[in-house]
Write a protein that binds this ligand. Sequence first.
Ligand code: NAD
Length: 394
Amino acid sequence: MPVLAAIKKQFAREKPFAGMTIGMALHVEAKTANLVIALAAGGAEVHITGCNPLSTQDDVADALNGVKGVHCYAKRACSVKEYYIAIEKVLKASPVITIDDGMDLIHYLHTKRRDLLPPIIGGCEETTTGIHRLRAMAAEGKLEFPVIAVNDTPMKRYFDNVHGTGESALSSIMITTNTLIAGKYIVIAGYGFCGRGLARKAHGLGAKIIVTEIDPRRALEAHMDGFLVMPMEQAAEIGDIFITTTGNTSVITARHFKKLKDGAILSNAGHFNVEIDMTVLAKHADKVIQREGIETFIINGKSIHVLAEGRLVNLATPKGMGHPIEVMDLSFALQALCARYIAYNGKSLAAGVYDVPQEIDEEVAHLKLASLNLSIDKLTEKQKSYLCSWDIGT
Ligand SMILES: NC(=O)c1ccc[n+]([C@@H]2O[C@H](COP(=O)([O-])OP(=O)(O)OC[C@H]3O[C@@H](n4cnc5c(N)ncnc54)[C@H](O)[C@@H]3O)[C@@H](O)[C@H]2O)c1
């Protein structure tokens, strides 16, 4: 992770977090550990737990507990109760900065531990779903500190969501099921940043792509990118493999289950396990067969396979490794620099959701290009002034 390594070096010199505690709820896996270590190098005491009961790598969690100034409470396959006990432990350390992936930490803080709000100077949020929740909270005037929407910046969305989710979700599906992608009908629900990446990469592997959408512009974009577009009711009858990535709820539900083909594979790449209606599926099943990372529901003699209990398929299957390291180098470089921005500026910002400052986005891009030994052109003075002029004498 050369970009994060360069930032870690800066942090070690500068100690932007000296005397500060940072509370985190992120997928606890190897790449995340590097972010934690960079923050600790910057002088922070870090308390971290997972942001999904199935995504923790226990060896990484153990290793983190061996790092000076770091406390990790995550455990793979923990119960929902244990998940929130771990969140409580992070907050009890009285962090001044929060780093969330999905907003569970901030939600708990604002609803269950309001007494711990006063020391907080700001936070960072990693994913689309967390930002939806934060904006909803801010709109109701309920968000009590500034939070940077790390997900929404180009250096995150264009790489993490598109390429990271695209590659890691597909590789996790392939390794868990040992199924061939080529020639299959793959239904992608949601043609956002993640959905586009998934569609393009699955198409590249020879799949026939069907997109379902609720936004007419994105549906049209999928159509013009060469994919079939139709409602889920129709797609349910055709699809071999389904991947939901809408950030919404009940995308595949009772009326769709009835129409699925025998052997259909259902998976979710959206943040929460609510896109595939698992409760309904379990209720209608005559039998459920459990295997590592796959549950097979037998309904009227038909087998429907669900991966990772409908949780993030790229992280929650036993062999799911999350996004490739090159992608997380960018996402976590952004997180590290945004945390530093909060450390220096948080106290002067009003409560609300903030964009990643453009200079941070550009710095990460420059560091990545440098790590790849790639150089680009620079604007000349003449070009700069041309781009800022309105009277250009045409
Ligand atoms: N798996 C991962 O590692 C990973 C990485 C990044 C983001 N995410 C998560 O993936 C989800 C999507 O993120 P994104 O950045 O692509 O969001 P996005 O907002 O860019 O795209 C979501 C798309 O889903 C569409 N949609 C909403 N409801 C729908 C429905 N009922 N049926 C069909 N389409 C629907 C929206 O119109 C939108 O185009 C979020 O939950 C996000 O947190 C997961």
